[in-house]
Design a protein around this ligand. Structure first.
Ligand SMILES: [Zn+2]
Length: 266
């Protein structure tokens, strides 16, 4: 594996994973978040394997339940279960054990109905009596206590991707505060967040490149093919093959407001 990091002082090229983050510390714990089950492997399946090989504690959180991803009528009512099994199979190929994989079970293609947090009713996916993306994300962030979080860029066209991005970033703040104590103790350190691309490109250029060995690349392709119910998956594998064994990442830009930011403008 080879890693590249663009810095203000030039390009760092290294074979050590711990050199791609200036903030690396002992006991790294990474949470990969996917709006849908296959997003994590498509956008970061190489980095995820590199992390496992470097003894990083790795977790995956799939936000939606995949209920709208049926390609034939027989699977209309069973697709969520089919995809859950495929998700576990796919992550097993990458080396991630089942107990490190979480599902928030938010209805696929309906994430806009689950923005925020409210009391759970009827069939809502529920944690501690509440539902919503911010409820689920705050809960899982406090449960995992990650040092870094990786998720698809909010620049994607897919509304589920935009909404998961927005809801995860605000949940980082919720998880680090004292609100909603039933969801677990506040995080001592808010994790660093990074984005990767799945379908649409980054809004601004990425700063980290991962170049993988063939063995790791083949595992990624094999893992993608585990999503057998998704009939478009073969064309995605073709795209990945054409792109080669690379992935790109960038840290999430948080433009915090301070009045001093604008002092010089007046
Ligand atoms: Zn997706």
């Amino acid at each position: 594996m080879k890693y590249y990091r663009r810095t203000k002082r030039g390009m760092v090229i290294t074979e050590d994973l711990n050199e791609i983050f200036s903030t690396w510390r002992v006991g790294e714990k990474w949470l990969f978040v996917g709006p849908h089950d296959d997003d994590i492997i498509l956008g970061s399946g190489l980095l995820l394997q590199a992390a496992l090989r470097n003894n990083v504690d790795v977790f995956a959180l799939v936000a939606t339940d995949g209920r709208m991803g049926y390609c034939n009528a027989e699977q209309e009512h069973t697709i969520s279960q089919v995809r859950k099994k495929e998700t576990l199979d796919s992550f097993r190929i990458l080396g991630l054990p089942e107990e490190n994989i979480f599902f928030a079970n938010i209805p696929d293609c309906d994430t806009n109905s689950y923005i925020g947090r409210r009391k759970a009713k009827n069939d809502d996916p529920e944690i501690k009596g509440y539902t919503g993306l911010q409820n689920a994300f705050t809960y899982f962030l406090r449960k995992v206590t990650p040092t870094r979080v990786f998720l698809p860029t909010g620049a994607d066209l897919h509304p589920d991707h935009k909404i998961i991005y927005q809801e995860m970033l605000i949940s980082l703040f919720h998880a680090g505060g004292n609100i909603w104590p039933e969801l677990g103790p506040a995080l001592k350190n808010v994790p660093w967040a990074y984005e990767f691309s799945v379908y649409c490109d980054f809004a601004t250029p990425p700063t980290i490149k991962v170049l993988a060995d063939d063995l790791i690349f083949q595992k990624k392709l094999e893992g993608v093919l585990a999503y057998k119910s998704q009939e478009q998956i073969a064309s995605l594998v073709e795209n990945l093959k054409n792109g080669g064994p690379v992935e790109f990442f960038k840290s999430v830009d948080m433009a915090f407001y301070h009045p001093e930011n604008h002092t010089a403008e007046f």
